[in-house]
Design a binder for this molecule. Structure first.
Ligand code: NCD
Ligand code: ZN
Length: 343
C-alpha cells in the first residue's frame, strides 16, 4: 500500500544549535520542505540579526538537503520594540514571533511576564503581518499543571484575540478539549498545531507502571478525553489545524534524571507517526491537507510543488539516535512503525 502526498511542512520544530543542530536537522530536512524553527536557544533569538545568523547555521547544517527552507521566529520579550518587529517583517525569512510566558517551558525564562507590556509589539506584528505563535500555558503556581492551557485560553488568549482582530495567532501544540473547542469556535485568524504524542497518548501512558520521562513534554499530556477531542478535531479535517511536531530533542541523560527536561523527539518519524494516527481513525484521506495544505494556507505561503510517497513497510525505531557527544531517545524507541517514507 502506498500513499503519495504533497511534500509536508513542520509548523513547530526545535532544532537547537551547534552539535545538536547538526545531529537533528537531517531528520526533518529529509522529508519536510519547510519548518517553523523555534527561537528558545540559550541565549534566545531576540532580533533579526540573531535570527539571520541562526538561519545561516541551519542552512549550513542542512546542506545535504538544499531544498530545506527554515522559517524563522523571534522570541518575544518585553524589550522587543515595534521597530525591531518592522525589521523582522521586512526580512522576508522571519514569519512569526513566539510568545513564551516566562517560566512556562524549556528556555522560557526570558519570556513575557505581563502580557499587557507587549501589546504595542503585538500591534506592530499585526501591522507587519507576522504570525503570533503561542505557548498557551499560564505559569501561576496556584494553577494545576493539567489546567494551565485551559486557564490560559480563558485569561490571556481570549482577551488578546479580541484586542487584535487582524493578528494571525497559532495556538501551538494543543492538548485539551478546551483548546479544540476554542479553535472550532474561533475566527479565520486563529490556527493551531497538534503533535503526534498528543494525538497518540494520554497521561496513563506517562505515569502508569512507573514514571516514563520520555513522555514528559509541555504542555503535559492530559486525560484521554482530551486526546479524543484532539483526534476528533484532526480527523474532521478542520482547515486551521495543521502539523507541528514540537520535536524537542534533549540528551538522554537530561531526560532520565531526578528533574527531567520537557520535550519529546519525533522528527525521526514525524510524518510516519501522523500517518499511523490518521490510519487508525480511518482518515488517511485527511492526512495530506493536515500535513501539507492547512499550514501554508494559514501562513499565506505557497503549497509545496513536489511530493513524498509513504509505503506500508514496517520498521523498528532505533533505541537511540546520536546527539552530539550524547544520545537521544526517540518517540516509539524500539517499537514497530507501519509506514515509511520511500527514498
Ligand atoms: C520544548 C523544548 O524542549 O524546547 N519542550 C517541550 O516540552 N515541548 C519547549 C516547548 O515547546 O514548550
Ligand atoms: Zn515547542
Amino acid at each position: 500500500m502506498q500513499l503519495t502526498l504533497t511534500r509536508p511542512d513542520d509548523w513547530h520544530l526545535h532544532l537547537r544549535d551547534d552539535t545538536a543542530l547538526n545531529a537533528v536537522v537531517g531528520h526533518t530536512a529529509k522529508t519536510f520542505a519547510r519548518a517553523v524553527v523555534m527561537p528558545n536557544l540559550t541565549p534566545p533569538v531576540i532580533n533579526t540579526e540573531l535570527a539571520s545568523q541562526y538561519r545561516d547555521r541551519i542552512l549550513q547544517a542542512a546542506k545535504a538537503y538544499p531544498g530545506f527552507d527554515p522559517l524563522m521566529t523571534l522570541y518575544l520579550t518585553e524589550q522587543l520594540t515595534p521597530e525591531e518587529i518592522a525589521r523582522a517583517g521586512a526580512s522576508g525569512f522571519i514569519k512569526a514571533c513566539k510568545l513564551y510566558p516566562a517560566g512556562a517551558t524549556t528556555n522560557s525564562d526570558a519570556g513575557v511576564k505581563d502580557i499587557q507590556k507587549i501589546y504595542p509589539t503585538l500591534e506592530a506584528m499585526q501591522r507587519a503581518n507576522l504570525v503570533l505563535c503561542v505557548h498557551g500555558e499560564v505559569v501561576d503556581p496556584k494553577v494545576d499543571i493539567f489546567d494551565r492551557e485551559a486557564v490560559f485560553i480563558d485569561q490571556i488568549l481570549t482577551p488578546l484575540v479580541r484586542e487584535f482582530p487582524e493578528l494571525r495567532v497559532v495556538l501551538e501544540h494543543i492538548t485539551t478539549e478546551q483548546a479544540a473547542t476554542f479553535i472550532t469556535d474561533s475566527p479565520e485568524t486563529i490556527g493551531a498545531t497538534v503533535t503526534p504524542q498528543h494525538l497518540m497518548y494520554n497521561r496513563n501512558d506517562m505515569l502508569v507502571g512507573g514514571i516514563k520521562p520520555h513522555f514528559y513534554c509541555l504542555p503535559i499530556i492530559k486525560r484521554d478525553n482530551h486526546r479524543q477531542a484532539l483526534v476528533n478535531l484532526a480527523m474532521s479535517g478542520h482547515p486551521r489545524l495543521f502539523l507541528g511536531t514540537d520535536s524537542a530533542p534533549h540528551a538522554r541523560t537530561a531526560k532520565e534524571s531526578a528533574c527531567g527536561c520537557a520535550g519529546m523527539f519525533s522528527a525521526h518519524a514525524a510524518i510516519e507517526l501522523y500517518a499511523e494516527v490518521f490510519e487508525q481513525h480511518g482518515a488517511l484521506d485527511k492526512l495530506e491537507a493536515f500535513a501539507s495544505f492547512h499550514g501554508p494556507d494559514f501562513y499565506g505561503l505557497p503549497r509545496n510543488a513536489d511530493t513524498i510517497t509513504l509505503e506500508k513497510s514496517p520498521w523498528t525505531v532505533p533505541e537511540t539516535y546520536g546527539f552530539g557527544d550524547d544520545v537521544l531517545v526517540p518517540m516509539k524507541a524500539g517499537a514497530e512503525l507501519q509506514w515509511r517514507v520511500r527514498d
